[in-house]
Design a protein. Structure first.
Length: 448
């Protein structure tokens, strides 16, 4: 306890860190306030059917990503997922289309152009999703004897408000990245997940005593298993494979350099939590295509991919995670550049010639460690479906692995790592009493 109090005092002494934490806190408050601001012309009392619709299934997951704004018919109802979907499209185009590849090579100016294209695409997606959301809202209001205000003007203004609300959430995420603690978009999603956690725990506790049975013993077993999954997720985020590097001896003047062995820590999950977010954004597409209002009456192909406890949904979800893990690892890790850096610094991997052979060796190692890492990530991601089948409340089951838990673990570790870096840079003790270092999910590469 004394160590915690001392660490908090040290954090408060560092002006830059204090300012960033307070700025992040204020932006989060603003975001949470916005999730309760209902669209003009809608009575919050009439939203019972919408809240019931988002209490389970894929709609519950969508509501969680929006921080509860979807169920509240808030101005932030569409959340941050349209921006993530647009980012996926632009990143895929940067691999397949020469025009986007050229922009990528232009450095900072190219990055700004791609960000601008992503924003325009986000607006386009929002203009398609907003009317669909309003249709669903009208259907749910009819169930309680109410309805949306009539007229095309309400649809136009509400579409503009919903679009502007999501773009404002995107802006908040960017400000948290620039002025706050970092990883703003992921942090926005994290806040929505944390907001749902206390209610999910309470509902599961009540369910075990009054509905599904099992009592306190079963509830405690669930909590223990939850901690086991959290520990496994942390291992997945922090796991590394070390590659030995030998630096050759060289003499400059009267000084000798090199002649030492060091290690390159290659992460088992170099892509971090981004494959989960990308795959989840893709899995929301059937829900958007069917229209939110028709999600409960959809049949055949669409219904199979809107049931997040079903076999086909989880199979495709797992395959997408594995594919995106390889994709994002290829984007963030460049074996050729690593080999060139080693050669430039007079270093080599024992048994490999500098240059092309070293790059091929690093690429082969990354491929081998990425496969088990991606499979483990996929297994953790689909654990909530198994928890639901075993009788766990759907809201609480989302935290037995899955998107929510992995994002929570990844963003929390990244945030703690950044705080620790500020402390160590100012010669204060880190967050761990043992002197160990907190490892982030992506080795310093921000998700967003």
């Amino acid at each position: 306890m004394k160590k915690i109090i001392e660490t908090i005092k040290n954090i408060w002494k560092i002006e830059d860190l204090r300012t960033r934490l307070l700025t992040t806190f204020l932006f989060v408050l603003l975001y949470r306030f916005g999730t309760f601001v209902v669209l003009p012309g809608i009575n919050p009392v009439d939203l019972a059917a919408l809240k019931s619709q988002t209490s389970g299934g894929l709609m519950a997951l969508l509501d969680m990503f929006s921080g509860g704004a979807f169920a509240n018919a808030s101005i932030f109802a569409l959340g941050i997922m349209p921006y993530i979907s647009a980012s996926i499209v632009v990143q895929l185009l940067s691999i397949m289309v020469p025009y986007f590849q050229k922009m990528q090579r232009e450095g900072e100016s190219g990055r700004r152009k791609m960000n601008q294209i992503t924003r325009y695409l986000t607006v386009g997606i929002l203009l398609l999703q907003a009317p669909s959301y309003l249709v669903n809202l009208n259907v749910q209001l009819h169930q309680v004897g109410s309805s949306l205000p009539g007229g095309i003007w309400f649809t136009i203004t509400s579409t503009i408000i919903l679009t502007a609300g999501s773009m404002f959430v995107m802006w908040l995420g960017e400000r948290i990245t620039d002025k706050g603690i970092g990883n703003g978009i992921s942090f926005i999603i994290l806040i929505g997940i944390i907001a749902r956690f206390p209610g999910a725990v309470i509902r599961e506790f009540v369910s075990r005593f009054y509905e599904s049975g099992g009592g306190l013993v079963m509830f405690l077993l669930e909590i223990i298993f939850l901690f086991v999954v959290i520990a496994a997720s942390i291992m997945l985020v922090q796991g590394t494979r070390r590659i030995t590097v030998q630096y050759a001896k060289r003499v400059v003047g009267n000084k000798q350099y090199g002649g030492v062995r060091q290690y390159i820590p290659l992460k088992i999950n170099a892509a971090g939590v981004m494959p989960i977010i990308f795959a989840q954004a893709i899995m929301f597409i059937p829900l958007t295509l069917a229209g939110f209002a028709n999600s409960e009456t959809a049949s055949g192909f669409l219904r199979a991919f809107m049931n997040n406890d079903g076999f086909w949904y989880n199979l495709v979800f797992a395959l997408l995670i594995i594919a995106f893990t390889y994709f994002y690892t290829a984007v963030t890790i460049n074996p050729t550049q690593m080999a060139e850096d080693l050669k430039r610094n007079n270093g080599f991997i024992p048994g490999c010639k500098p240059g092309k052979q070293t790059a091929e060796f690093l690429d082969e190692v990354m491929s081998r460690i990425t496969l088990p890492g991606s499979i483990f990530l996929a297994i953790v991601a689909i654990l909530p479906a198994f928890a639901s089948l075993l009788g766990v409340n759907r809201g609480f089951a989302q935290f037995f692995g899955g998107t929510s838990l992995l994002i929570l673990v990844g963003v929390v570790l990244d945030t703690l790592q950044q705080i620790e870096s500020h402390l160590l840079m100012r010669h204060y003790d880190g967050l761990l009493k043992s002197g160990g270092r907190i490892k982030g999910r992506s080795g310093g590469i921000s998700a967003y």
